[in-house]
Unconditional design. Structure first.
Length: 276
């Protein structure tokens, strides 16, 4: 199993999909307990949800499961949410705080580094290559990082998560026009709830690549899984009717970002000190 698939487009949008993969190598699978082998914390069907949504968009999809290694965590293991419950670079618990490994089978330092080199690093090498290619072509690259999670996870947050959770690290990872375009369209989506920079402000991917002064803009979208799954538990089935309704709004969001790209590139050219 190759770590990453790239579906290349010629437009200014790059879709990052770090958590929809379900591949777990046999030597890791055999160390997981029954809770871990359920793979409940997958971003179920997110790649399908965004597939063919916007002509010209590039998708970079991790094929490995986040229990192998989390492609949206700092490779140095630094927490992005100090003081809040979260999972680590190589998780040892699920989103409910329950152990996912058989006793004594958790990965050590050497194994974590081996997993980083085999899985995490290739995903980010591919993502960076696509962002650089797109920026070279358009003068700007917009990374839209695609995520989903159960709407009720008491270990991670109180109450019920809004349907659309837009994260820009409080505006640091993208131009204000991008943040506004995404958030305004989530607010306008009838019968959906939304929040900007709530519990999910953008993970390591968004914060690492979001450098608007260099022409790289990034935004994370965390969707509540009830928006497109028949149930947020086994078998985590894709609900065609729900998904098509949601895809209409996602397409509007991505289309708005694509329309913004030329103006952002032109603005960047006029910025003093710009080398592009």
């Amino acid at each position: 199993m190759q770590p990453v698939d790239v579906f290349r487009g010629e437009g200014p949008i790059v879709l990052g999909v770090p958590h929809s993969g379900t591949h777990v190598p046999a030597e890791i699978w055999d160390k997981l307990n029954a809770t871990g082998q359920k793979l409940a914390d997958t971003d179920w069907h997110v790649d399908r949800l965004y597939s063919d949504l916007l002509p010209g968009a590039t998708m970079v999809r991790a094929n490995f499961h986040r229990y192998v290694i989390d492609a949206n965590r700092d490779p140095e293991g630094v927490s992005l949410y100090p003081g809040q419950n979260t999972t680590t670079l190589c998780p040892t618990t699920d989103f409910d705080g329950r152990p996912i490994y058989l006793e004594g089978q958790e990965p050590g330092v050497a194994e974590i580094e081996a997993r980083r080199l085999s899985w995490h690093a290739p995903y980010h090498a591919a993502l960076l290559a696509e962002l650089e290619r797109v920026r070279a072509k358009h003068g700007v690259a917009i990374l839209y990082d695609c995520h989903s999670i159960r709407s009720v996870v008491p270990f991670l947050f109180e109450g019920t998560l809004p349907d659309f959770n837009t994260g820009t690290n409080n505006g640091a990872t993208c131009a204000p026009a991008i943040e506004a375009a995404v958030y305004e369209r989530t607010k306008a989506a009838e019968d959906y709830t939304c929040v900007l920079n709530g519990r999910f402000k953008g993970g390591w991917t968004t914060r690492h690549y979001g450098r608007p002064d260099e022409g790289f803009h990034a935004v994370q979208m965390e969707l509540a899984q009830k928006t497109h799954l028949a149930t947020e538990d086994t078998p985590f089935a894709y609900d065609e009717e729900k998904a098509e309704r949601l895809r209409h709004h996602l397409k509007n969001i991505l289309g708005a970002l694509q329309d913004l790209a030329p103006a952002l590139a032109e603005q960047d050219k006029k910025t003093p000190g710009s080398e592009r």
